[in-house]
Structures are given as C-alpha cells and as structure tokens.
Design a protein around this ligand. Structure first.
Ligand code: PEP
Ligand code: MG
Length: 324
C-alpha cells in the first residue's frame, strides 16, 4: 500500500474515467506548508488562522499577521490560498479573551465574535489584504455562518479595510469571499448563499456535529458522530446541486475529504475539489486515481438510501478492498 502511495506522488489526481479532482491542503502551521508543497497540491483550500492567536498571550498585531499570511501566500503563489478568518469560540478559547458559556459550540464563535468586534476583525482583514499585494492569490473564507447578513457584513468590513489602507497609500485588491457551509440552516437557504458568496466550502466536521446534534469532541457520543451518516450525505448533495445550478465553486474541507470512504462518496456526489490535512494528500490521490466517478456515483446513490452510517462504511470498506 505504501509503495502504491509513493507511486502516485508525481501523478495527477485524475480518476480512471478522466475526471480531474482539485486536491488542496488544510494548513495552519508553517510546517504544514512545506509538507503540502512536497506532496504536490493545487493550493490551500483551508488555512486556519487561529493558531498564532492561540499560542500568544495577546492578539497578534497587523504587521505580525501580515508576515504570517505573506509566507503562506508567497509559498503557494500562483496557486490560490484560502485564508479563513478567525474561528475561535467553540472548543478554541483564547486565554487573553476568555468566554464563559454553557454551550460554546452554540455560542459566540467564528464570524459571530469577529463581527461583534470589528477592531479585531479589521486588523486581520487589513493584514490579509496587505499580504496579498503583488501576489493576488488570496481568497477569504468566513466560518460559522448562519445568517445571510453575515456575508454583507464581511463585505462591508473588507471594503472598509481597503479604504483605510488606501488612505495610507496602500492599494489592495478585492479578494473573493466564500462561506463555510457548516451550519445546517444554510442548506435550507442555499440558493441565497450561492447568490451572495463567491464560493462555498463545506465544513463536514461541524456540519456533521450540528446536523446530528453530536458534540464532535465528546467521547461518550463519539460512536454517533459519523460523517458518512446518510443524512449528512443528503445534506451535502443539496449543496452540490445548488452550487452547480449557480455555477459557484465548491469544495469540501472537513475530515471527510481526507477519508478514503468519504472521498468516494464526495466524488460520487459530484464534488470536484477536496481540501484535507497534509498527511492525507497522497492517500486521497491514490483513491482518486483508482475509483471511477461513475462507480462512486452508484455507490453514493445506494448510501443515501441506507439506514445507518455503519451500513455505508461496510459497503465502502468492501469497495476499497477491491481496489487495493
Ligand atoms: C469543519 O468544521 O469541517 C472545518 C473544516 O472547520 P474546523 O474543523 O476548523 O471547525
Ligand atoms: Mg468548522
């Protein structure tokens, strides 16, 4: 198996029936960046910006952030880099910005917090825009979106950040702004989200957590948490169909995109861009090069009608064994 993996390192991520799947990395640390460059990918589908915030004892300043983002954008230029705005709250808390809540995953998290604190948000946006100068490969992704106004709120602040920089003689470009589809409510208004966002990224970790009402970090209910749950598949199917109707770019960036079984289902649903942890890149490329999309589509049609995620997993385990 490992030998098979090394053999795909220099091969393109194309299925046996000729479909090119975009292969992107999830990053957060500088070490991830070097590894994903080595594994070969089409860019960064999700850069989690929270790590430098988590390891410091204060909010990193504008120039500090600019230098961090610049490094990522530069290393991957001319390939696209999706920087996600600060997603703290939930299970990620900052010692210097304590939040006391009974239900942190349903609380002041991601875009909710940053829209309430425009000074924190504007600093991050200005840093991103400055880092993008001369490279033009930045895309901005908004986490934990549950209301359409959050998109216009972000666009307004991006405009304001650009204006503030322009007043200091710093000219920047207006980058694409995308939305994480990870709160189930967005799927019931998905056409509106497609209208307002430049691209969509399905966060299958949180989508699974919120759709199944299972805490993604609680070991007592860990057996109930499964991204292959037929309800999760049906939800993602709606998102893929809507993105296609509207001609919007869509990728999946949760753990499902790094799981061979999950990837077969996603390819079957018509997902053409996957973003995953760096350690999964080669294995997933191997799966892409083995399994025809036509076969994956048959499998996902069966999976959506199954009763349980265990049944889905069993079917995919058998499928993967066939290809090994
Ligand atoms: C997700 O929710 O699927 C996701 C990619 O974001 P995070 O794991 O950082 O919440
Ligand atoms: Mg998430």
């Amino acid at each position: 198996f490992t030998e098979g993996l090394e053999a795909v390192r220099d091969q393109p991520p194309v299925t046996p029936d000729g479909r090119r799947i975009g292969l992107y990395a999830n990053t957060g640390l500088i070490s991830d960046i070097n590894l994903s460059l080595a594994a070969g990918c089409d860019g960064i589908g999700l850069h989690r910006t929270e790590f430098p915030f988590l390891i410091r004892d204060r909010f990193p300043g504008e120039e500090e952030q600019e230098a961090l983002y610049r490094q990522v954008l530069e290393q991957f230029s001319p390939y696209p880099v999706i920087l996600r705005t600060l997603d703290v709250g939930g299970d990620k808390s900052l010692a210097y910005f304590p939040i006391e809540e009974e239900n942190p995953f349903l609380g002041w998290r991601g875009i909710r917090l940053t829209l309430d604190h425009p000074e924190i948000f504007l600093t991050q946006l200005r840093a991103m825009l400055r880092a993008d100068r001369g490279l033009n490969n930045l895309q901005i992704l908004i986490p934990m979106v549950s209301r359409l106004e959050e998109i216009s709120g972000v666009r307004r602040l991006v405009q304001r950040a650009r204006q503030e920089l322009a007043e200091d003689g710093i000219e920047t470009r207006s980058p694409p702004v995308g939305v994480m589809i990870e709160v189930p409510a967005t799927i019931y208004q998905i056409d509106r989200y497609c209208d307002q966002a430049d691209f969509l990224s399905v966060g299958s970790n949180d989508l699974t957590q919120y759709l199944l009402a299972v805490d993604r970090n609680n070991s007592r209910v860990a057996s109930l948490y499964d991204e292959l749950h037929p309800a999760v598949l049906a939800a993602i199917r709606e998102v893929v169909r809507a993105a296609r109707r509207h001609g919007k770019r869509l990728s999946v960036c949760g753990g499902m995109a790094g799981d061979p079984a999950g990837v077969i289902l996603l390819m079957g649903l018509g997902v053409e861009a996957l973003s995953m942890s760096v350690s999964s890149l080669l294995r997933i490329k191997w799966v892409i090069r083995r399994v025809p999309v036509a076969r994956a589509a048959e499998l996902v049609n069966r999976a959506v009608d199954m009763d349980s995620p265990e049944e889905v997993r069993r079917m995919l385990r058998r499928t993967l064994e066939e290809y090994e």
